[in-house]
Write a protein that binds this ligand. Sequence first.
Ligand SMILES: NC(=O)c1ccc[n+]([C@@H]2O[C@H](COP(=O)([O-])OP(=O)(O)OC[C@H]3O[C@@H](n4cnc5c(N)ncnc54)[C@H](OP(=O)(O)O)[C@@H]3O)[C@@H](O)[C@H]2O)c1
Length: 345
Amino acid sequence: MKQIYTDRQTYRPTLFAFTVNQSISQRSLKYVERITNNILFSENSPLAFKFVQHFSENGLHFLYYTSWKTLGNMTSSLVEFGGMSRWANRKALVTGCSSGIGAVIAKDLVRYGVIVIGCARNVEKIDVLIKECEEAGYKGKLIPYKCDVGKSSEVEAMFEWLEKQHGGVDICVNNAGAGSMTPLLDLKGDEMSEILNINVVGLVLCSNLAVKSMLARNIDDGHIINISSMLGHIIIGIMNFYTATKHAVTALTKGLRMELAAKGSRIKVTQISPGRVETNFHPSIFGDAEKGRKFYESVESLTPRDVSDAVLHAISAPDNCQIYDIMLQPTNLGSPAAYATILKP
Ligand SMILES: NC(=O)c1ccc[n+]([C@@H]2O[C@H](COP(=O)([O-])OP(=O)(O)OC[C@H]3O[C@@H](n4cnc5c(N)ncnc54)[C@H](OP(=O)(O)O)[C@@H]3O)[C@@H](O)[C@H]2O)c1
């Protein structure tokens, strides 16, 4: 048995999970029941999940066991972040919301009653998320917007629309990102420009326009979240151009925070820096879905849930506490050199 989450407000355990690589013996279940005196579910079915949500929302502790992967990929978080209540009915932009990390962040925000504008190029994929939110009875709303954040004109048009239709945003999650396995020595200008425009220029422009919108409305508790990477902190010798853009995100996060502080603003800026996460990212940079799948099978990875929980933790922190950076790595990472070996094309 392994405790995986605690209630951030009181540090009392709220959720336990088991791995079910081997089936769990009745004896161990009884043992957990005895030591925790909690409610126990044994099935990873939508119905069981609804019960879990219900009990959780009513402040009861519960137990849940499933495989780590299933738990990580579940469409709804099982963790309650007490400080999230202040965001209900506020507006958030999540870029790159059509898959992976952005999709889970968007749904989590909707679960807490936030009105989320989710943008991506493949905007039709967001319709599936909207349906999931509606079926789960989430309090907030997810609104799709088609935008290529690598194109400044499209970002500017999106913020004009945001202002007119929704009166601006109070949270901006810069999540859209692109990577490449091409060595620096072989990179062409077009590929570099595309990655730079999405990971850096788009991120800065979205932050600028979100902050302008907040300042114009005297919003002093807004939050900019940059989904960076561990490659914003370390260099492993592959994906070097992507690494440079994520190092740029680290510099830009710190720079924006300083500019806002110099203005006397209390708008917070947080960077979340995950190591590898199981999403469409690696299949996409390998240009080979099967290779991507095998890669994730061969190494332990974070899940989008891990990253979204870090976002919720940052934005639910109390007013006096600004979280600068959360670094997350899979527990069994191995050395960066081992990671580089695995990733060799
Ligand atoms: N997966 C990892 O191992 C990992 C590790 C560290 C950091 N990250 C970072 O996490 C973020 C999310 O990636 P992910 O892992 O969730 O990958 P993903 O599943 O491939 O999702 C990427 C998202 O970004 C969107 N996107 C890409 N280019 C865009 C553009 N030009 N305009 C608008 N949206 C765009 C994609 O939507 P459309 O294609 O529909 O536009 C998609 O929704 C990225 O910033 C990535 O660098 C990922």
